[in-house]
Design a protein around this ligand. Structure first.
Ligand code: FE2
Length: 440
């Protein structure tokens, strides 16, 4: 069931220490301490830790939740069907080919919820080692009813492509439309309601959290500004003597347990470990205003850094509507071979380097050192266009998940989904020699 619009209230900021209490229970937050002998309104105090207790202060993440019942009041975990969710990266032989997928299917049956509709397309690493990532497609048609999900393996960056998501979290309510994203971090319980067949992309990172990229000489403002990240405000439901299922992804497996009350019973909370959403139209685009290209890292919204300096386990990068003004420059994306893996998706519109073939709801993967770049049509246009200031990507939002890891494609991605184009490589087949030098 969709939630009433006026129930969505947000706090603004990124990495901030927030304080929130449901207005139905003023004074629910204990004053002056985290865990008093008796909490206001008879609530339980529970801490959710998102970093090691001893992590440096700038990276330390935790939130105190004041709830009707503590999370521990549940039955034993048992196995829950995994469907097409996997972290087995050896299902298929490595394949360095450029890959492009036609739009992934919306559910073929009318009774698939968000948890049941998760499909892993590629990834690398191991949640047990807290290292790596997975990329999933979700495709669902019904709301999660009396079912909550949490991911013990890492953070989920969710990119809706069709249909808004009504997300109930322990921290409050979020509504996330296409062209917005949300991040639900490790361990946070949430439930997704939809009012139509819905589809989107998920970037899961194991063991690290997303952060805003450093801005260096750009200065204090620009790209994604902290004030535009929105965190829900406390909102509780008091459902006792009911049947609620908690589904957990743990070490790549799916498990479920039952309890007799809603997990969305947090009346007040404070802390800096929170879910958040972001509207991609708020991104301040920065680019060259003289000649040549900035690398696509200039479009980074969020990054999840590896231990190697300046190298991302995963960057979330967008290609928003903007002006293109470079002089004496081939303006489309450059031809490229990369030591990183590039997975792209399209929320809406037509991506500038490939106006044909790359459709909203589809995807591409250009793997480590596999060449890619504009097709012949785009090359011809970019080589001959009159270089006046021009709009690029109006009504379009392409994005990239870029990773320093070599991504393995799953059996679902290569075969079962039946969306992989056999002849994607042919889009570069018309690139002819224009060499004007002397022939030997
Ligand atoms: Fe590239």
């Amino acid at each position: 069931m969709a939630t009433k619009e006026d129930n969505y209230k947000y706090l603004s900021g990124f990495g901030s220490e927030f304080v929130s209490e449901d207005p139905r229970c003023p004074g629910a937050l204990p004053e002056g301490q985290n865990s008093p002998q008796k909490c206001p309104y008879g609530l339980y105090a529970e801490q959710l830790s998102g970093s090691a207790f001893t992590a440096p202060r700038a990276e330390n993440r935790r939130t105190w939740l004041y709830r009707i019942r503590p999370s521990v009041g549940h039955g034993p975990y048992t196995k829950f069907p995994k469907g097409f969710l996997t972290h087995d990266w050896d299902e298929q032989e490595p394949d360095p080919n450029q890959m492009r997928w036609r739009p992934f299917d919306l559910p073929k049956t009318p009774d698939v919820d968000f948890v049941e509709g998760l499909h892993t397309i590629c990834g690398a690493g191991d949640p047990k080692m807290k290292s790596g990532l997975a990329i999933h497609i979700y495709s669902c048609s019904i709301s999660m009813e009396n079912r909550a999900f949490y991911n013990a393996d890492g953070d989920l960056l969710i990119v809706p492509q069709v249909g808004p998501l009504d997300i109930k979290t322990e921290f409050g309510l979020m509504k996330v439309h296409p062209n917005q994203i949300c991040v639900i971090q490790q361990g946070m319980r949430f439930s997704v309601a939809v009012n139509e067949a819905s589809r989107g992309y998920i970037l899961e990172v194991f063991g690290q959290h997303f952060q805003l990229p450093d801005l260096g000489p750009i200065g204090a403002n620009g790209l994604a500004n902290p004030r535009d990240f929105l965190t829900p405000t406390a909102y509780y439901e008091d459902m006792q003597n009911t049947s609620y299922q908690i589904v957990s992804k743990y070490q790549g497996g799916m498990f479920a347990c039952n309890q007799d009350h809603s997990p969305f019973d947090v009346v007040a909370w404070h802390g800096n470990y929170v879910p958040y959403k972001y509207d991609l139209s708020k991104f301040q685009v920065i680019n060259s205003v003289s000649f040549d290209h900035c690398d696509p890292s200039i479009f980074t919204v969020l990054t999840c850094q590896s231990e190697k300096k300046g190298t991302a386990i995963a960057d979330f990068v967008i290609f928003p509507p903007r002006w293109s003004v470079q002089e004496h420059t081939f303006r489309p994306p450059y031809y490229h071979r990369n030591c990183m893996s590039e997975f792209m998706g399209l929320i809406h519109g037509a991506y500038e380097a490939k106006k044909d073939g790359f459709a909203p709801g589809g995807a591409t993967l250009h793997s480590i050192m596999t060449p890619h770049g504009p097709d012949a049509k785009c090359f011809d246009f970019g080589s001959s266009e009159v270089l006046k200031p021009a709009r690029v990507a109006d009504n379009t939002q392409a994005f990239m998940f870029e990773s320093c890891l070599g991504l393995a494609v799953t059996k679902w991605g290569l075969k079962t989904c039946q969306k992989l184009e056999e002849d994607y490589y042919k889009c570069w087949g018309d690139l002819k020699s224009h060499f004007t030098g002397m022939k030997l």
